[in-house]
Ligand binder design. Structure first.
Ligand code: HEM
Length: 208
């Protein structure tokens, strides 16, 4: 049975590549003019120098923006978001956090639990906020109103930095969860689960 629609899988992996390039080149750009009292080690940055990092950042930016628009449009139009991320209630989130802390969080393939739903909605919001703040500091004159909403140029830089930090924090937790529940990984490539694994997901209502 199909667990992850093709569009979700393609946009997920393009997003993963684009985000890694954006973050690593972004760290190199940050190092040229640090906002805080620290720099990122050169070994984990991309681009070699400011000019090179800017080229990587702007190249991956188009990939990320176009990919995000495709993912959001598909998710909204196909009902994917409605089926996979909702409903989500404070009670279900608290319940699943308690279960996770006790190591008893159920994970049915194809059905996201409340903690996953919260994290996925959160990271999508962080990506959108990071893209918008990026626009505000890239073209401060053209996107003046956007910059104004973020408290000006310096405010936009802060939103951009904390958006990046939220995305990186998500990636750390996301990868840890994939390692803890490794049978979630193959379906994110093939789209489907084995009969045995899929029988654990009777509630999957994902469109194929
Ligand atoms: C190599 C890195 C990555 C791996 C191995 C990975 C793996 C996965 C897997 C296995 C799932 C399905 C989880 C399940 O069925 O329970 C998933 C879903 C998801 N991942 Fe990743 N992921 C990676 C990078 C990322 C990044 C960088 C982001 C965003 C910053 C991201 C955002 C998401 C989202 C939003 C979903 C839900 C997609 C949907 O159903 O619409 N992932 N990922």
């Amino acid at each position: 049975m199909t667990i992850h629609p093709l569009v979700v899988r393609i946009t997920h992996w393009i997003n993963a590549v684009a985000i890694v390039v954006m973050v690593m080149s972004g760290w190199r750009i940050y190092d040229a003019s640090p906002l805080f009292g620290f720099s990122f080690p050169k070994e984990i940055t991309l681009g070699g120098w400011l000019g090179g990092a800017l080229q990587w950042h702007f190249a991956a930016m188009w990939l990320l923006v176009i990919n995000t628009i495709v993912y959001l449009s598909y998710g909204a139009a196909s009902g994917h978001f409605r089926h996979s991320f909702f409903p989500i209630t404070a009670t279900s989130v608290l319940h699943d956090i308690r279960s996770a802390l006790r190591g008893r969080l159920a994970h049915d393939l194809g059905v996201y639990n409340a903690v996953q739903r919260t994290f996925y909605i959160g990271v999508i919001a962080a990506i959108v906020a990071t893209i918008l703040s990026g626009l505000a500091i890239w073209k401060p004159t053209q996107f003046k109103a956007l910059g104004f909403l973020m408290g000006g140029y310096e405010g936009g830089r802060l939103v951009h930095f904390f958006g990046m930090s939220a995305i990186v924090a998500f990636i750390v937790v996301h990868l840890a969860l994939v390692l803890i529940v490794p049978n979630t990984f193959p379906p994110m490539i093939s789209g489907s689960a084995t009969k045995q694994a899929a029988s654990d997901a009777p509630d999957c209502k994902e469109p194929t």
